[in-house]
Design a binder for this molecule. Structure first.
Ligand code: ADP
Length: 843
């Protein structure tokens, strides 16, 4: 149920209960109101009734006194005349039976007060003008006549007078009805105060009133008086219900009205006084008789309000409790969902077995590992053990036996046979679990599929073994240096290399540092720094290390960073040490030999140069003298002598040419222009310029293609190279064919390659190897002139520039292609000693 629905229900429940209580309280109040109202009506009626009885009694008593007075008066008149004192005494006796303040008097036929109580002696008081006097005088049958309320002329008090006619004695005795001469009136007064007193004795409550009205509804007495007595006397205003009922001739009645005098609401009952012209009205103020009801109503209302508040509070508490409960249920559900998520999505196969090994929960991942679903395991308790590989069952049984009494976690490895028959390796971990009170709740089991891990482990072990074998076989020592901790591990061979036993070298980097030759240390460290900084793929250094016996050994150390932290800082350096002392010795010997060779080579070159140079001098003498001889003996010599002389001269000249070419050869790299950066094309053009006469003469066509690099070379030599190759291509062509030559220059990433192709006489394949040797010629001098030194020179030039030269030919008559390749950046430039080759001049 949603919070809003529950709240709506609680609220409507509270509203309904309160509505019911309100209605109940309302009904009960209404009921009691009615009772109070009825009570008031009954009270007023009863009081009015009582007053009526009282009033009519009072009047009747007065009337009796009046009769007695009239009788006495008439008797005395008829007998011996009125004896004043005796009459007065008689009257006084009568009066004594009446209430204290009432007076009994007799007025004569003129209206003068003559006898009776309370008349001051000598007072001349007349009632001749009073309505009751005039009326009785005029009407012998008037009977008992009431005066309206009036101020007594005897004692100035408000009174009403009751009067009866006195007939003169000639009239029939004792019968005033029979008429007779008017002889005066007998009067009984009732002080209005007396009514007031009677009324005051009634309990009509603080605001109740009692009113006496005459039959014309004029007020006679009202109690309480609003001001002083008589202030409302004679008022004729009356509430409409009273007026209506009186006019309708009703004797009594009850009504509610607002007082015409003080405006207070009251419940009235009126009653006509039987036989007398008076109406008694008793009114109880609503405020008085409802006061109790009101306090009850207020109490009840308070109770109802309190009840409403209490129900509201209860509803609030109920709602709050419900809300709390709902929240805790919700929190519980969330908690449950959380744990379920954790439990249901484990990668490993997890479960919880109860104390009797029954499965209480198993993660769905069991299906991934075993091929069986959690429901299958739950339904079939034997399945767990059945899928264990038969070979591993004894181990598992042992484990189960062991854990029966064991609280702690226990580990065991076994294999299972999956549903599909595949075998998987499992690492099983279980531990006893108990609830909060320490009651055992079975065991919590975690099964991890470690098949891949096992395979990897096996592979790793195999590979480790292979490496170990390879390293031990390679005779190299292995080291592993933890840069952060300064710890280092050295293999047995590493130690052995320096003559140490396994335990003689500690696992510290210092063991290595302290044994490196101090002279070699800076370069080794620089090397390692370069590698760590990422400048080199591996750190490789050759250095000397001191053996246990104090001798020095040359070591080739190779290492690389095997592990870096997240910032790329190296953590471990791993590598090998190889003993290269033997190689170093061999190298040193080789160096010595090379130096000796270089020296002897230089000597030889110098020797050859000197010889050739010096040989030209005698040769020129031979040639010169032979020419002189030829000129001097010109006419004396026969044809044979002349031919012999010419041979001798030719031989001398050829000899000179050969010596010149030898001199040229020996100058290469010694007395030619020094290497410098130049445009290769310039040399090519220069060579063509030198060759222009021969080209022109032979009618050769020379085409050129490709890119020409800038190159670091000796300009003389490069020109000479082109000159020789193109010169040969021009020279060695078939007699009937003009030479056709293609020169192609190509640049590869490292090399500059030039090929000079001709379509000339070609070269027999088996001769190719000889071509570049000294004075080697394939053609007879008769056909092609030459010294056979050109290509040797070319090879020396190519080699002087770090390059090589070779020839390709399909054979005789197939043309040939001479190719040379020079490095674009020669080794001496790369090494930075390009300026070391100084210019040398022929001495
Ligand atoms: P020379 O040209 O002075 O004889 P070289 O050393 O220049 O000496 O050449 C050696 C030999 O190689 C030449 O005698 C010739 O037989 C052969 N030879 C050189 N260039 C060519 C070529 N372009 N075609 C055919 N044979 C050649």
């Amino acid at each position: 149920m949603s919070s809003a629905t529950f709240l709506a229900r609680v609220v409507s429940g509270v509203v309904l209960i309160n509505l019911f209580i309100f209605i109940l309280a309302g009904l009960s109040l209404r009921q009691s109101y009615r009772q109070f109202q009825q009570g008031a009506e009954i009270t007023t009626r009863n009081l009015a009734q009582a007053l009526e009885n009282d009033l009519s009694g009072t009047i009747r008593a007065k009337d009796v006194a009046l009769f007695a007075m009239v009788d006495e008066y008439q008797r005395q008149r008829a007998a011996s005349g009125v004896d004043g004192p005796s009459l007065n005494a008689y009257i006084e006796r009568l009066r004594s039976h009446l209430p204290q303040f009432d007076a009994l008097r007799i007025a004569d036929d003129k209206g003068a007060m003559v006898y009776g109580t309370g008349i001051p002696p000598g007072a001349n008081i007349s009632v001749a003008d009073r309505s009751h006097f005039t009326r009785l005088r005029a009407d012998p049958d008037a009977g008992l006549v009431f005066s309206p309320p009036q101020m007594s002329r005897v004692n100035q008090k408000w009174i009403i007078a009751l009067a009866r006619r006195i007939n003169l004695p000639n009239a029939a005795f004792g019968s005033e009805q029979s008429g007779g001469a008017f002889g005066g009136i007998a009067i009984a007064t009732i002080e209005l105060e007396q009514f007031s007193r009677t009324f005051a004795a009634l309990n009509v409550g603080p605001h109740g009133i009692v009113t006496l009205r005459d039959d014309q509804l004029g007020i006679v007495v009202r109690h309480p008086e609003p001001e002083k007595i008589g202030s409302v006397v004679g008022q004729r205003s009356a509430p409409p219900p009273l007026r209506e009922m009186v006019q309708a001739g009703r004797k009594s009645g009850t009504y509610r009205a607002l007082s015409t005098v003080d405006g207070v609401e009251r419940t009235f009952s009126f009653r006509r006084v039987a036989d007398y012209p008076f109406i008694i009205i008793v009114g109880l103020a609503s405020d008085d008789y409802l006061a109790e009801w009101r306090s009850v109503a207020v109490r009840l209302a308070t109770l109802v309000v309190l009840f409403a508040l209490a129900t509201l509070a209860a509803a609030f508490l109920i709602y709050r409790n419900w809300k709390r409960q709902a929240n805790s249920v919700e929190a519980l559900a969330q908690q449950e969902a959380k744990f379920r998520t954790v439990a249901d999505f484990t990668y490993d196969w997890e479960y919880w077995q109860g104390p009797n090994r029954e499965i209480l929960y198993m993660t769905p991942s069991c299906e991934r590992v075993t091929g069986y679903s959690a429901a299958e395991f739950a339904a079939d308790p034997g399945l767990l053990l059945r899928i264990i590989h038969p070979d591993d069952r004894p181990r598992m049984d042992r484990h189960l036996h062991e854990i029966a009494t064991c609280e702690d976690g226990a580990l065991v490895d076994f294999r299972i046979v999956r549903r599909d028959g595949a075998i998987r390796s499992i690492t099983h971990h279980c531990r006893a679990v108990s609830d909060r009170n320490g009651e055992p709740m079975g065991r919590r089991v975690s099964n991890r599929d470690v098949t891949e891990h096992k395979h990897m482990e096996d592979a790793l072990r195999d590979s480790e073994e292979r490496w170990k074998f390879a390293l031990e076989g390679s005779d190299e020592g292995v080291w592993d240096w933890n840069i952060q901790s300064g710890e280092a591990l050295y293999s047995r061979r590493w130690k052995e290399m320096l003559g140490y036993a396994e335990e003689e070298i500690a696992n510290k980097a210092d063991e290595w540092v302290n044994r490196v030759h101090p002279e070699d240390m800076p370069s080794v460290m620089a090397n390692i720094q370069d590698h760590i900084a990422g400048k080199t793929a591996t750190a490789v250094a050759e250095f000397r290390m001191q053996s246990k016996d104090g001798s020095w050994k040359w070591i080739l150390g190779r290492g690389m960073v095997a592990e870096r932290d997240a910032e790329g800082k190296p953590l471990r350096l791993v590598g090998t040490n190889a003993d290269i002392s033997a190689r170093k010795q061999a190298e040193a010997k080789l160096q010595e030999k090379t130096a000796a060779l270089l020296r002897s080579n230089a000597d030889l070159e110098q020797f050859a140069y000197s010889i050739s140079h010096d040989m030209r001098q005698p040769l020129r003498m031979v040639t010169g003298h032979l020419q002189l001889l030829e000129r001097g003996l010109k006419d004396m010599l026969d044809q044979d002598d002349k031919e012999n002389l010419a041979f001798a001269l030719d031989g001398a000249r050829r000899m000179d040419a050969m010596i010149v070419s030898l001199l040229d050869y020996s100058r290469i790299g010694r007395k030619t222009s020094s290497k410098q950066w130049m445009t290769s094309r310039d040399s090519f053009d220069e060579a063509l310029a030198f060759l222009a006469p021969a080209i022109k003469e032979s009618g050769a066509t020379i085409s050129e293609s490709g890119e020409w690099p800038r190159i670091f070379a000796s300009r003389d030599e490069l020109t000479r190279l082109f000159q020789n190759l193109i010169g040969n291509a021009v020279k060695y062509h078939a007699a009937d064919q003009a030479p056709r030559i293609e020169v192609t220059s190509t640049i590869t990433p490292q090399l500059w390659r030039v090929s000079v192709r001709d379509h000339g006489i070609g070269i027999a394949t088996q001769q190719i190897d000889r071509l570049f040797q000294f004075f080697s010629r394939l053609q007879s001098r008769a056909r092609f002139d030459g010294t056979g030194m050109g290509l040797a020179l070319c090879r020396k030039i190519a080699e002087h520039h770090g390059g090589r030269i070779w020839v390709e030919s399909e054979g005789d008559g197939q043309g040939s292609t001479f190719i040379f390749e020079l490095p674009l950046v020669p080794a001496d430039v790369a090494a930075g000693d390009s300026k070391t080759e100084g210019e040398q001049h022929e001495s």
